[in-house]
Design a protein around this ligand. Structure first.
Ligand code: ECB
Length: 135
């Protein structure tokens, strides 16, 4: 049985989101706005099938995938790039690789109790977000 991430999670910490956005080439005005946001994640998971929704007051983002199946991801409303994306289990961690124009791009999720972690990587930048379960 894989880990079950289903639920609603609110951000409590977001160090170096700025560096991650700079690495993605996000302009100053958008970064200034985005830095203020408090994203909420809603995971809908059925075994190896996932929908991860990220909600903010400014923009929303949704990503659907099956473990181990590469898909074309368009990061619409984020940096608007095209990636060849694959998510795999590594024990109970979700490890995502986003192949495309940006080197070393991807993310990893893991849980410890009612705390959810997300490490966002792009080039030499890492943003390690922390979320707490609210539902
Ligand atoms: C939709 C939330 C943030 C909206 C910020 C708007 C503009 C900033 C533009 C680009 C910043 C780059 C990324 C935003 C960071 C997080 C959004 C989703 C990151 C992601 O890939 O989440 C994964 C893992 O949970 C699932 O899609």
């Amino acid at each position: 049985m894989p880990a079950n991430y289903s639920g609603t999670w609110d951000i409590v910490d977001n160090p170096n989101f700025e560096g991650y956005m700079v690495a993605l080439g996000i302009d100053f005005a958008t970064r200034k706005m985005a830095r203020m946001l408090k994203p909420q994640k809603v995971f809908e998971q059925d075994g190896d099938s996932f929908i991860i929704k990220t909600f903010t007051t400014f923009r929303n983002y949704s990503c659907s995938f099956k473990i181990g199946e590469e898909f074309e991801e368009i990061t619409k409303g984020l940096d608007n790039r095209k990636c060849q994306t694959t998510v795999n289990w590594y024990n109970d961690k979700l490890v995502c690789l986003q192949k495309g124009e940006k080197k070393n791009r991807g993310w990893t999720h893991w849980m410890e109790g009612d705390t959810l972690y997300l490490e966002l990587r792009c080039e030499d930048q890492i943003c390690k977000q922390t979320y707490e379960r609210t539902a």
